[in-house]
Design a protein around this ligand. Sequence first.
Ligand SMILES: [Zn+2]
Ligand SMILES: [Zn+2]
Length: 181
Amino acid sequence: MRIDVTPILNQAGSSMPFDLVEEIKAPDDDLKIIGPVTARGVATSLGKEIYVQAHVTGSTELICSRCLTPFTKPFDVDCEGKFTESGTEQEESEEDAVEVFPLDGASCVLDDMIGHEIILSLPMKPLCDPDCKGLCPVCGSNLNEGECDCRKAEDDISPFGRKLLEAMEERSKKNGRPKET
Ligand SMILES: [Zn+2]
Ligand SMILES: [Zn+2]
């Protein structure tokens, strides 16, 4: 996704709005963007540099951390970035926390700026649903799709079976402990 800023480059103070709907290239293989993204914003000329602000919406595909099922999550982020010829800040100033990107000729390529912001907005442990039931620890079936037989079977267990199960659990717990020397 690029904006041709020829009309405002070297025209400090002038700005141009943009409104784009396009597919973008994710900066990271872990980020899966589904379909085109919408970016609305303004590019403002600082002379040789261009400051870009954009409101970006679209959808990503995430993997639920509980049931491991891919799901689509919409995103809605505000991005900003500064585009310079070298892609680096000319004068280092500490308050300026805006990320800097290289100008591509007289164009600002927004993909990285948008991608970085999307990654920051994503949850550390994505959930397909706040009430996701996850996977059965015994048979691995997705409990959102229905109860498996494991829990039912546990309820039907005879007192003898229950004792055996507890003993087995106890043993596996012990085996899990580091060996005493
Ligand atoms: Zn889930
Ligand atoms: Zn199960």
